[in-house]
Design a protein around this ligand. Structure first.
Ligand SMILES: [Zn+2]
Length: 436
């Protein structure tokens, strides 16, 4: 049974070092989180799994890593300065602020209960503004990117020239984006600082609908492949009034969170909106010339854009399970081996001088290939439970017989089954079983 209560995951994350509230020793920084030893590994694995699927296993997508700070010109061209806003209202009685479209009742203040106490809604821009260099004020303004996508559009000509790709082809990027959300919340689901995994796929205009269907199916399958049951996912087309200013059609991959359906990823048809806008504002030609047909055109764009942090939350919720082993309750994260913080844990049966060096050798051997934990504290039973709870697919136990027979015991997380095998077959066996 996946987790039905968000607190099951929030507590596990804090207790086991996945996610901590940010700046906790100073009382915390609202809706901000730090990733601990296990969470930072898992977050990296989520992003690596995305890159593996979107870049490594394809020959038509390249990766870039663009700057987070950008001049206003980018955001003027992209439309974000003018239209990337939420409607903000203030309560005149208690001074609380809300997003108008989030209010359960647009006439009643959820904080103080006052009726008809709201100001007129005003457009609140979600971009973070700061200053570059020692002088504050006009001319020195820069923005933290609210999406990674513009990095792909402003580098379109550079990538086209240096990568020798032609449509259909994609430019992918994984990195941080920043949005000054009025109402962040639901743990790591909505935060002001977050990581995106985005890809802009450039196609001949007439092929855009076909590629949109393709990417919707492809992206839905990625979540299932990595362990989320299909019945906890749905693909939901946006209504006309939900569409972003650049979109001619968007479908969201949604996950069934404990509080309801929530977006993991949007697949959008951005048409030629961005390339045309940047061409107009910059004066540069952003188009493709097909030498074979002599045709010149501005490619259309299909964009799968996923949130790494909320995707991590979804993987944790879906993987959470409680069962019984030998009459004892256990908590287990049935994470896909590619996403688990550690793929293997090496556990010496005891801390005896004779055993430890051999166990450390095994750790060294395996850590050439995977993230491997080493744990020599407490009883072996408790150490198994601890690894189950953080999703480690395999434990390798080094015992006193190992010194004589050069063999170790592998224990599998989901079944708790154990097999003994020779040390020199260990890497091959784990490699087959992990299937990475
Ligand atoms: Zn109020």
């Amino acid at each position: 049974m996946p987790a039905t209560d968000l607190d099951q995951i929030v507590n596990l994350c804090k207790r086991r070092g996945f996610v901590y509230p940010s700046a906790e020793i100073y009382g915390g920084f609202r809706s901000s989180y730090d990733y601990g030893p296990l969470g930072s590994l898992m977050l990296r694995h989520v992003k690596d799994a995305w890159i593996r699927s979107m870049v490594q296993r394809r020959d038509d997508v390249v990766l870039i890593d663009a700057a987070i700070l950008g001049p206003p010109a980018i955001w003027e061209a992209s439309g974000h300065l003018a239209t990337f806003t939420d409607p903000l209202v203030d309560c005149k009685v208690c001074r609380s602020r809300f997003r108008e479209d989030d209010l359960p009742d647009p006439d009643v203040c959820p904080s103080c209960g006052a009726k008809g106490s709201f100001t007129e809604a005003r457009a609140f821009n979600l971009m973070f503004k700061t200053y570059a260099g020692p002088v504050e004020g006009a001319g020195a303004e820069v923005y933290l990117r609210p999406e990674t996508a513009q990095g792909m559009f402003v580098n379109f000509a550079n990538v086209l020239q240096t990568s020798r790709k032609k449509p259909p082809f994609g430019i992918a990027q994984v990195g941080k984006s920043f949005r000054n959300e009025i109402t962040p919340g639901n743990f790591i689901f909505r935060t002001r600082e977050f990581e995106q995994m985005e890809m802009e796929y450039f196609v001949p205009p007439e092929d855009a609908p076909k590629w949109f269907e393709y990417w919707c199916a492809e992206r839905f399958a990625w979540y299932v492949e990595h362990g989320i049951p299909a019945d906890m996912l749905r693909l939901r087309p946006h209504e006309e009034d939900e569409l972003s200013h650049y979109s001619a059609g968007t479908s969201d991959v949604e996950f069934h969170f404990p509080w309801g359906w929530g977006e993991l990823e949007g697949i959008a048809q951005r048409t030629d909106f961005d390339l045309t806008a940047h061409a107009k504002h910059s004066g540069e030609k952003l188009e493709y010339f097909d030498q074979a047909s002599g045709r010149r055109y501005v490619p259309y764009v299909v964009e799968p854009a996923a949130g790494a942090n909320r995707t991590l939350a979804a993987f944790l919720l879906a993987a959470y399970d409680e069962d019984e082993v030998g009459g004892e309750a256990r908590t287990v994260l049935r994470l896909h081996p590619r996403l688990a913080p550690y793929q293997v844990a090496v556990l010496p049966l005891s801390r005896k001088e004779t055993l430890l060096p051999r166990a450390r050798e095994v750790h060294r051997l395996l850590s050439e290939w995977w993230m491997v934990d080493f744990d020599d504290t407490q009883s072996i039973g408790r150490r198994y439970r601890r690894q189950d709870e953080v999703g480690t697919p395999y434990c390798v136990t080094v015992d006193f017989e190992t010194l004589d027979d050069q063999a170790v015991t592998i224990r599998e997380r989901d079944t708790t089954e154990q097999v003994r095998l020779p040390l020199d077959a260990l890497v091959g066996e784990l490699s087959d079983r992990l299937g990475l």
